[in-house]
Design a protein. Structure first.
Length: 234
């Protein structure tokens, strides 16, 4: 019969023997046997191959030569290998891996791995009817301006520029000033010039005196009065 080893079947059959616990197989036996299979593979699965003891000890992580040869003897006694010693302990022994029978029933004693749980689908959130993000626009944000009440002189100047009397300007100023600059409806005044134009700048409120006439007049107690000419003491 031709000597031929299938590495996968050989390791499969070997671990069946390990799990049967028929022999007192220790970790050093397993590491040495697996290393010898690796060496046989590197030698193209020849029937006999040489393996130096220091190489085998390093590959199997065995630190004692006595332990190494004890493991070789145990593997041979269990029918897993055959080996022939060298001329002395320092010469490489010749080793043969025994072909192990591997059928579908040989793995019945090998513990089976537990199947991985099937991942459950993660529920997706219900899509919302509207977008949760605001659309990006290029419109600059407008800052809310803080209203600053005008001075009486500013109101009078603005009324005069538009042809209205200082008396009317004083009335308008007092109307809003006493109400903390709120209009008749209780709304805060935001732009006092705009408010003056919409409420007070009417044709019937136009000043009855021209600017040239006002030069000879003075505004006293809310009304225009003619200036008193200076006395002549000559």
């Amino acid at each position: 019969m031709e000597y031929r080893i299938n590495g996968f079947d050989q390791i499969k059959a070997f671990y069946s023997i390990v799990f049967e616990q028929k022999y007192e197989i220790r970790p050093q036996h397993i590491s040495l046997y697996v290393f010898l299979i690796n060496q046989n593979n590197r030698n193209n699965w020849v029937e006999w191959f040489k393996c130096p003891f220091d190489l085998a000890m390093a590959g199997a992580c065995i630190g004692n030569k006595k332990t190494y040869y004890k493991c070789l003897s145990d593997l041979q006694d269990w029918g897993l290998i055959k080996y022939e010693k060298g001329i002395n302990d320092y010469k490489a022994p010749k080793i043969k891996i025994e072909v192990l029978n591997c059928t579908s029933t040989d793995t019945s004693t090998v513990p089976q791995s537990e199947p991985l749980p099937i991942p459950q689908p993660i529920p997706q959130p219900t899509p919302q009817d509207t977008h949760i993000y605001k659309p990006i626009t290029n419109k600059p944000k407008t800052k809310n301006r803080v209203f600053s009440p005008p001075m009486l002189s500013e109101v009078i100047s603005y009324f005069s520029e538009n042809g209205y009397s200082e008396q009317l300007a004083a009335r308008a100023f007092n109307f809003y000033a006493v109400a903390n600059w709120t209009d008749s409806k209780g709304n805060k005044v935001k732009n006092w010039k705009q408010k003056m134009q919409s409420v007070w700048f009417k044709e019937e409120n136009k000043s009855q005196f021209s600017n040239s006439q006002k030069q000879n007049m003075v505004f006293i107690n809310g009304e225009w009065r003619q200036k008193t000419p200076a006395p002549d003491y000559r």
